[in-house]
Ligand binder design. Structure first.
Ligand code: SF4
Length: 166
C-alpha cells in the first residue's frame, strides 16, 4: 500500500457517484456525506472520476456484470462484461480504466476511494452474473497493477481517523 501523502498534498481519486454526480447506471448518485465532510475539514483534495463515463458509456445505461472472472480476468482477456441487454461492453470498461489511470498519473495520485461492488470501481466484491463474489472491478485492478492503493469509503475513513489520532 502506498504512502500517506494524501493527508497533505496528493489528490485522492474518488468515484464520482460518491460526491453526488448522477453517473450511476440508473442515473443516480450515492453521496458519501460523512466522508466528504471529513475531507473538507482536513483539506484532503478529492478528484472525482467515473470510469464508465470516461470509457464512453451513456448515463443512464444498462447495468453490466462479469462473465468468466473479475476485473483482472477482463484485463488479461480471460473474461468479459455484458450488459443486461446481452451486449459485450468490455472495451468501454477497459478504455475507462486506462483514462482513469491517466488522470491519476497526471495528478500524481497514488490513492483512490471507490464504490465497492461496481464492475469498474469494485474494491473487494463484484457481481459474477447475479452472484456477489470476492473480486475487484476493472479500474480498481488496473490501479492496483500500477501501484495505487484503492480503498472503500469505510476503509479510507477509518484509516484517516487512525492517522489523525496517532
Ligand atoms: S463507474 Fe464508478 S464512479 Fe461511475 S457510477 Fe459506477 S461506481 Fe460510480
Amino acid at each position: 500500500m502506498g504512502s500517506l501523502n494524501f493527508m497533505m498534498v496528493e489528490p485522492v481519486i474518488i468515484s464520482a457517484c460518491l460526491v453526488g454526480v448522477n453517473c450511476r447506471y440508473d442515473g443516480q448518485s450515492k453521496v458519501a456525506e460523512p466522508l466528504l465532510g471529513f475531507c473538507q475539514r482536513h483539506n484532503i483534495i478529492l478528484l472525482p472520476i467515473c470510469p464508465e463515463q470516461l470509457g464512453g458509456l451513456p448515463t443512464p445505461r444498462s447495468p453490466a456484470c462479469f462473465r468468466g472472472g473479475d476485473g483482472k480476468s477482463v484485463i488479461n482477456g480471460n473474461a468479459a462484461l455484458y450488459n443486461f441487454d446481452g451486449r459485450e461492453v468490455s472495451p468501454f470498461f477497459l478504455a475507462g480504466a486506462r483514462r482513469a489511470l491517466k488522470i491519476a498519473r497526471l495528478n500524481s495520485s497514488c490513492h483512490a476511494v471507490f464504490q465497492d461492488r461496481s464492475p469498474s470501481c469494485g474494491v473487494h466484491e463484484i457481481y459474477l452474473g447475479n452472484e456477489l463474489i470476492p473480486g475487484s472491478g476493472v479500474t480498481t485492478t488496473l490501479f492496483r497493477m500500477n501501484g495505487m492503493a484503492v480503498w472503500t469509503v469505510e476503509e479510507f475513513s477509518r484509516h484517516c481517523q487512525l492517522l489523525l489520532h496517532n
